[in-house]
Design a protein around this ligand. Sequence first.
Ligand code: AMP
Length: 178
Amino acid sequence: MGPPGAGKGTQAKILATKFNLRHLSTGDILREEIRNQSEIGLDAQKFMDAGNLVPDDILLTMMENKLTELNKHGIILDGFPRTIPQAEGLSIIFKNLNSKIDYVINIDVEENALISRLIERAKNSGRADDTKEVIIKRQQVYRQLTEPLIKYYSNEIIQVDGDGTIEEVTRRILQRIN
Ligand code: AMP
C-alpha cells in the first residue's frame, strides 16, 4: 500500500522477483482491460481518466477471478485493496480460498514530494491520468478512501519510509519481513 507515486509498483516488482511471487497490480490490469476494450475496461476508463477509483464491485469481481485462478501461487498485491469495502471483500475471498495475508506493507512519502515525482514520471508515462490536475485529484482520493486502510490493518501493517533510492527502500522492506 501507499499513495500514488510512493513506489509501490517498483518495490512490488522487486519483491515478486526475489520471492517468486505473482505480481498483481490492479492499475496495470485495468490499463490492459482498457487496451483490449473489454467490458471492464470500458466501465473503468472514465473513472481512471478522472483520477477517481473504479467502483468496488468491479474490482472485487475482477480480483476474485484472478485470485481464484492463482490460488496455488504466492501473490503480491499492488494497488489493491484501496478502500475499506475492498479490504472486507478481500478478506472474504481469502477465507473462501483458504488463503491469507502474510504481510501488509505501507510505503509512505510526503505529499509534495509525491506530486513532484508524479509530474516527473508523467513526462514519459503516456498515462491519461498523469496530468497535474489528475495527479492532485489522485492524492486527494488516496487520503479520503485509501488512507483509512492504515488503521484497518493496524495490527499487522509494516510502515516503510519511501523517501530514498529504490535500493534503500527495498532494504528497509527486507529488514522488516522474515
Ligand atoms: P495505479 O496504477 O495503481 O496508480 O492505478 C491507476 C488507477 O486505476 C487509479 O487511479 C484508479 O482509477 C484505478 N485503480 C487501480 N487500483 C484500483 C483499486 N484497487 N480500486 C479502484 N480503482 C483502482
